[in-house]
Design a protein around this ligand. Structure first.
Ligand code: DO4
Ligand code: MG
Length: 285
């Protein structure tokens, strides 16, 4: 089962809907509509009852998708794939050994990534900071967690990051990672029960510039060095998330070192079982 948050026509009210073939069946509305359904223990029964009493629904093409979150914070895990460890070692002149150590340590790298206002949904622009010359998309599987840290579902995340800023000094990490439109989430939440097995989840990244694909890469969750439960356990240590939380699980795809995102690019991330997250890129607007 897949849920989306959306608006329709000129009505600014957000709805939550279930996708059935090419139709979206609305199953709730309001600014906390997603949370209200996701956090119910009997969420699937509730959704099925609402589907049974709903009308015809909307064509998928007629709705505008929003990022699938309400008040949730977004956190990130870093250096969970060897490819990320190697990229970080290369970009960092003075702190390269930190990355090898964190890749092997019991305690993972976890960082605060975004408040909901800094997150965009599919179709909306992600941002390259004005003061970076080396910015990349980071395509990541995102875990959608309840306040009790139950793994409710999955979505796609883009942890847009300034590699020159994080590479200059690890203390600059929050500036490399957290700013307006620094994160994209979407296009839908796939409930955990409907997701393919971990070993079968593939991630694909494609970057388009001037109508041509200038970078394509792929990886598999099987290459992730840490388990979901392990990351969730560390995230929950002396931390409570009354609104639930979204956790990005790290990138395993890094474009070549001479590549930087530019205004006008389009970033496409596909994860099987979830769909396609597509965002144009802006800078300085
Ligand atoms: O400290 C670097 C963060 C790395 C990261 O975001 C990732 O591996 O996805
Ligand atoms: Mg990342």
């Amino acid at each position: 089962m897949q849920l989306i948050k959306f608006t329709v026509g000129t009505n600014p009210m957000p709805f939550v809907g279930v996708i059935k073939d090419d139709t979206v069946i609305p199953v709730g509305s309001g600014h906390r509509c997603l949370t209200e359904i996701l956090h119910a223990r009997d969420r699937v029964d509730r959704i099925e009852k609402r589907i049974a009493s709903a009308g015809d629904g909307y064509a998928v093409s007629a709705v505008r998708r929003l990022a699938p979150l309400d008040d949730q914070e977004v956190w990130g895990a870093g250096v969970t794939y060897e490819r990320s460890k190697v990229a970080r070692e290369l970009e960092s002149t003075q702190a390269a050994t930190f990355y090898d150590r964190v890749y092997r340590a019991s305690r993972p790298e976890l960082f605060f990534k975004a408040t909901p206002s800094r997150v965009v949904g599919t179709g909306k622009a992600i941002r390259v900071r004005r003061d970076t010359r080396w910015c990349v998309p980071e395509p990541e599987l995102a875990l959608v967690l309840s306040p009790e840290l139950e793994l409710i579902g999955f979505t796609i995340g883009n942890d847009v990051s300034a590699r020159d800023i994080e590479g200059e000094n690890p203390l600059y990490l929050p500036q490399a990672k957290v700013y307006d439109a620094c994160c994209a989430l979407g296009p839908a939440i796939t409930l955990a029960s409907a997701m393919p097995a971990r070993e079968a989840i593939g991630i694909r990244l494609e970057i388009e510039r001037g109508g041509a694909v200038i970078f394509g890469g792929e990886t598999s969750i099987a290459r992730m060095a840490r388990g979901f439960d392990e990351l969730i356990d560390w995230l929950g240590r002396d931390n409570i998330f009354p609104a639930g939380v979204v956790l990005l699980t790290g990138t395993g795809i890094v474009p070549p070192d001479d590549f930087s995102l530019a205004a006008g690019d389009v970033v496409r991330i596909t994860i099987n079982g979830i769909g396609l997250l597509e965002n144009p890129v802006i800078q300085g607007e």
